[in-house]
Write a protein that binds this ligand. Structure first.
Ligand SMILES: Cc1cc2nc3c(=O)[nH]c(=O)nc-3n(C[C@H](O)[C@H](O)[C@H](O)COP(=O)(O)O)c2cc1C
Length: 184
């Protein structure tokens, strides 16, 4: 079973991270970080309680716990997804400013040449945001903003979230039938 770390940071669209957890649950050994602001946004934007979101994962870490297993490259992980990824978290990852567990785990993921997927959520983007994304793309991260596709005829927000979760699972190499593929 793959071991995946999902981090939900403080950007709009926390429901996408939650839906990804729901899809990965049972298919992966699932590790989770929810930042302080993301906890607030979960309450603001969704009907979920934070405790219910945490119950989806096998292992939950506090973002200030820098002694957690995922802070070390010797703890084997298959990949990490930050969804949604705030500009602040994008920035700290790009600068290797490893003062919280999310950033440290992302930095470890990059140095160990493992899959790092960043669902950067901001709009519009200025030059500074774009440069940070380019820096991380050059370092091996997958920049994967939660941009919807319409060829699958989504009817609900849930459809859009499932499509994005499926795209992330494709990038992680996890087989699924969450959405209908073009050409099938
Ligand atoms: C309701 C709400 C929505 C936000 N949406 C975004 C967003 O979409 N993108 C972003 O970069 N920051 C957004 N922010 C600001 C971040 O939460 C803030 O920069 C925070 O420091 C991010 O910290 P974190 O990445 O550690 O969670 C939002 C804040 C709030 C309260």
């Amino acid at each position: 079973m793959m071991r995946i770390l999902v981090a939900i940071s403080g950007a709009s669209g926390v429901i996408m991270g939650i839906r990804l957890l729901e899809q990965l649950r049972g298919r992966t050994d699932l590790h989770l970080i929810i930042t302080t602001t993301a906890r607030q946004i979960i309450t603001m934007e969704t009907d979920y309680e934070v405790a219910r979101v945490e119950s989806l994962a096998d292992h939950v870490y506090q973002n200030d716990c820098l002694s957690a297993p995922v802070a070390s490259g010797s703890f084997l992980m298959d990949g990490m997804v930050v969804l949604p990824c705030s500009i602040k978290s994008l920035s700290s990852i790009a600068m290797c400013y490893n003062e919280n567990l999310l950033t440290r785990a992302a930095d470890v993921t990059l140095k160990e040449k493992r899959r790092l997927i960043l669902g950067v959520r901001e709009m519009p983007l200025h030059e500074g945001h774009l440069k940070l994304m380019l820096k991380l793309a050059n370092r091996g991260a997958v920049i994967c903003p939660p941009i919807p596709a319409f060829y699958s005829h989504p009817e609900t927000i849930s459809d859009l979230c499932d499509y994005f979760a499926g795209k992330v699972m494709d990038l992680l190499g996890i087989k699924h039938e969450v959405f209908k593929r073009w050409g099938n």
